[in-house]
Design a protein around this ligand. Structure first.
Ligand code: ATP
Ligand code: MG
Length: 588
């Protein structure tokens, strides 16, 4: 500690939004260089390296081969895949001195695909599993929480190449198994959830999330079965279509001053009570919300989402639906003004749909199933239409999953047997994805199959973010005193603190450190001669090495004190046995 390049801080950095960020800065793990761009100091770098090594060992063990592509890339492959455009403002683009376009790689599907295309041509070459651990660049719209969401960050990205779907399934499962081993070894609390397959249109897709209240991802899990999914990926089981033969005809009613669902429900109950005796509820109404959307390729459109009135449109679900790089906003006053067929606050299916004058694509929540009856806008101020039946009186241009998912919603798997969803928050640390043939098709990756026929290769992509993992694990494990690392990723195995002024104390501590080193244990040794025990303990708590050994007063009785950082359990061990005891703790 007397020579280590570190300065711990007692004060929180002003820009830190989440506890892990505060502590990683205060404990001297990272330093901010610019928004979303961080330097790694020795302690932090050791954690990154340990995480990378666990990942590397498991990748190698499953037969994936490590290689390294450049971060500075030519534009052409990204043009071919369409991502030069579709990534929108998310990529850093630059020009060389000759005016050629280059980019800093945000992810490398294209480069891997092209390398396999250049080098392989037969089914006999496949499957092949490749990976790299490499620095990526993304101009994130909201860099956040230090290294949690950086604009420069490290990613392990792996890719599988198979000749057919059955092969992809095997590769996907092999990566999933390796990920489970990696995350188990990292030693903290995580969940595996179904993920949105996105615009890439693949099939299987799962995320590995660190449980953390500050996480940006919301996931749900079922109370009775093992279903768990990112909210972006939750699909509502649509109610079965019901016959509408006996239903009353739709009728328009005066509903003055009812532009919100709440006012509408109150008015309906007062002025147009239901005939079946129950009250009108927000879930009986159909709310139509118009957004204007701009896509990264310059296209734009207005889209109306029709959702039950008791639900909001969930921004994360809209983002997942629209795809990477799309930006969207609620329809503005000016946009409404330019569309006289839309009565703001009273918009109904009558004015929506690609064929209507406003030309607005109209997408409906799955709950708006055929035969369901709704109260919704009549496209005139102060009027709503009642008993408007889906499939009889209106249809949408498609179905969309953007309504919010709530605690207590039925589980899509066993909702019929009473399974309900509960939500929690997490940080995405890994993502495995059966991509399919999208990139191989775009970039022409084909091989000859057993019958000498050209077939398009099918791919998977598998990412983990080691630098994000540092923050996510910190967030998941920290406590009031500081960082609190799981043993396998801590910057050192043992933190030895020598206290007092006594020469003998330092001599005994040094001897212990030597023995530990000789046994292959990594030690952070606080040898600072003129620093008070209080300061040394505070630093040890902040830095968060899992076992703290104090060599001090107890030496007179021949003992050192061991403290487990996480549980705060303390015990005394005879000096002579200390090294062996600690070695067994660390290397077990
Ligand atoms: P997010 O939804 O959080 O932006 P993503 O879906 O863009 O993540 P992927 O493209 O699947 O992430 O990248 C694989 C892994 O790389 C992620 O699981 C995460 O661990 C890491 N990662 C992605 N973006 C960042 C970032 N901005 N900073 C740090 N790590 C990141
Ligand atoms: Mg992202």
């Amino acid at each position: 500690m007397s020579t280590l390049f570190v300065r711990t801080l007692r004060e929180d950095p002003a820009d830190a939004e989440v506890p892990s960020h505060r502590l990683l800065v205060r404990a001297g793990y990272v330093r901010r260089a610019a928004p979303g761009i961080y330097s790694w100091l020795p302690l932090g770098l050791r954690v990154v390296r340990r995480i990378e090594n666990i990942i590397r060992e498991e990748m190698d063990a499953m037969g994936a081969q490590e290689l390294l592509f450049p971060a500075l890339l030519p534009k052409e492959p990204y043009d071919a895949s369409g991502r030069w455009t579709s990534y929108g403002d998310g990529i850093f683009r630059l020009k060389d001195r000759k005016g050629n376009d280059l980019l800093l790689g945000p992810t490398h599907e294209e480069m891997f695909t092209l390398a396999v295309k250049d080098m392989y041509s037969s089914y006999k070459d496949l499957p092949v599993l490749l990976y790299q651990i490499q620095t990526k660049y993304r101009d994130e719209p909201r860099p956040r929480a230090g290294v949690l969401r950086g604009r420069e960050f490290v990613m392990k990205d792996a890719y599988s190449f198979d000749v057919d779907d059955a092969g992809l399934e095997v590769s996907y499962q092999a990566f999933r198994d390796a990920y489970v081993r990696i995350f188990d070894r990292l030693g903290f609390d995580y969940v595996i959830v179904k993920a949105h397959s996105g615009a890439m249109g693949g099939s299987a897709s799962e995320e590995f999330l660190a449980k953390a209240a500050v996480g940006e991802d919301t996931y749900v899990h079922c109370t009775t079965c093992d279903y768990a999914a990112n909210v972006e990926a939750v699909t509502v089981s649509p109610p079965a279509a019901v016959a509408y033969d006996g239903l009353p005809a739709a009728h328009v009613e005066e509903t003055p001053d009812t532009p919100t669902i709440e006012t509408l429900v109150d008015h309906a109950n007062a002025a147009h009570p239901r005939t079946d005796g129950r009250d009108w509820r927000a879930s009986d109404t159909l709310k139509n919300i118009v957004f204007s959307v701009r896509y990264p390729d310059g296209r734009s459109e207005a889209i109306a989402f029709g959702v039950p009135g008791d639900r909001d449109v969930d921004v994360a679900r809209v983002e997942a639906f629209l795809g990477e790089g799309a930006v969207f906003e609620p329809y503005s006053e000016e946009e409404f003004a330019a569309q006289p067929s839309l009565a703001k606050g009273y918009i109904g299916p009558g004015a929506l749909g690609a064929d209507e004058p406003a030309g607005i694509r109209y997408l409906l929540d799955p709950r708006v199933a055929e035969g369901t009856a709704w109260v919704t806008g009549a496209d005139e101020p102060g009027r709503h239409v009642f008993d408007l039946v889906a499939g009889r009186d209106f249809t949408g241009d498609g179905v969309v999953e953007v309504a919010d998912v709530r605690d207590g919603d039925p589980c899509p798997v066993d909702g019929d047997e009473g399974g309900v969803l509960v939500s929690a928050r997490g940080i995405e640390m890994g993502h495995i994805f059966a991509l399919g043939r999208l990139y191989a098709e775009a970039l022409g990756l084909q091989v000859l199959d057993e019958n000498g026929k050209l077939v398009t290769v099918t791919m998977g992509s598998y990412g983990i973010g080691p630098t994000r993992a540092v923050a996510a694990i910190a967030e998941n494990t920290l406590d009031d005193l500081g960082l609190c690392w799981p043993r396998n990723v801590a910057p050192a195995d043992i933190h030895v603190v020598a206290t007092g002024k006594d020469e003998a104390v330092f001599a005994a501590a040094e001897e212990l450190v030597r023995e530990l080193h000789a046994a292959g244990v990594e030690v952070l040794y606080d040898d600072r001669p003129k620093v008070s025990p209080g300061v040394k303990f505070k630093d040890a708590e902040l830095i968060g090495v899992p076992t703290i050994v104090t060599v001090g007063r107890g030496l007179a009785e021949g003992v050192v004190e061991l403290r487990d950082r996480a549980s705060d359990e303390r015990s005394q061990v005879p000096v002579a046995e200390a090294a062996a005891h600690l070695v067994s703790l660390v290397l077990r």
